[in-house]
Design a protein around this ligand. Structure first.
Ligand SMILES: C[S@@+](CC[C@H](N)C(=O)[O-])C[C@H]1O[C@@H](n2cnc3c(N)ncnc32)[C@H](O)[C@@H]1O
Length: 221
């Protein structure tokens, strides 16, 4: 059961009763998504590019997706977005988040009308945007594709430690191209060591409100 909960910046998140955790920071869902994934991830990795592929771990409400879609449309960047989701939300729950307020109307309607089909196969939302949401776990996900960016947005290590094991982090990192960017809201010594061991240069960046630091890592060429 997921319960809609307001966060400190006025945007909502969901509380997942089974896991015992919110989908986003209680200090601000929208702020966190913009800070960690859009600013530190997409803007950093897409400078001077006309095309970008993103692999997200944990699609959830689609907040990271709609903000990425909007940014890429506004900047004329072709976006290929794949997001692994083990427990997809219904369209009704996603509509209840109120996130339609944060993007232009056509971005929201393209997203919400394509969402159910994107769980089954890649969907072309616009000439510049393709969305695919493989309905599987990260451990079971397989692809030959390599991505430019990974948004690692799993529930926290306290609530889902298996999503932060060295093995699963190495698996996620294997889906990135050389020179690709890995971003996540969290940072621990164990995570830094696991990412470094996969051949990355790591950076500690200021975290979103409520977190001192976050991790960005670039895969060595
Ligand atoms: C922190 S939330 C992601 C929030 C999301 N990015 C958003 O903007 O709403 C974590 C997500 O990971 C999903 N998840 C949990 N276990 C998973 C697994 N083993 N593989 C892939 N996704 C998983 C959850 O269902 C949830 O949607």
């Amino acid at each position: 059961m997921n319960i809609i909960t307001p966060t400190a910046d006025g945007s909502n998140t969901l509380y997942n009763e089974t896991i015992g955790e919110h989908y986003h920071s209680k200090h601000g869902a929208l702020q966190e998504s913009k800070h960690v994934f859009i600013d530190a991830g997409l803007k950093f990795a897409s400078a001077d590019r006309s095309e970008i592929s993103i692999l997200e771990v944990g699609f959830g409400t689609g907040l990271n997706f709609i903000l990425s879609f909007e940014y890429c449309q506004a900047n004329n960047i072709k976006l290929n977005y794949t997001s692994i989701e083990a427990f997809p939300l219904t369209s009704e729950v996603i509509e209840q988040t109120g996130y339609s307020a944060y993007v232009p109307e056509e971005i929201w309607s393209d997203f919400i009308s394509s969402y159910p089909d994107a769980l089954k196969a890649p969907q072309k939302l616009t000439p510049l945007c393709t969305l695919e949401i493989p309905h599987t776990t990260l451990a079971e996900y397989q692809t030959n594709q390599k991505f430019d960016v990974i948004y690692y947005d799993a529930f926290s290590v306290q609530h889902q430690p298996e999503m932060w094991s060295d093995e699963i982090i190495a698996q996620a990192c294997s889906f990135l191209k050389p020179g690709g960017t890995f971003v996540t809201y969290a940072i621990t010594g164990k995570l830094k060591r696991a990412v470094k061991a996969s051949g990355f240069t790591i950076e500690k960046l200021p975290g979103a409100p409520g977190k001192r630091e976050m991790l960005r890592a670039v895969k060595e060429m």
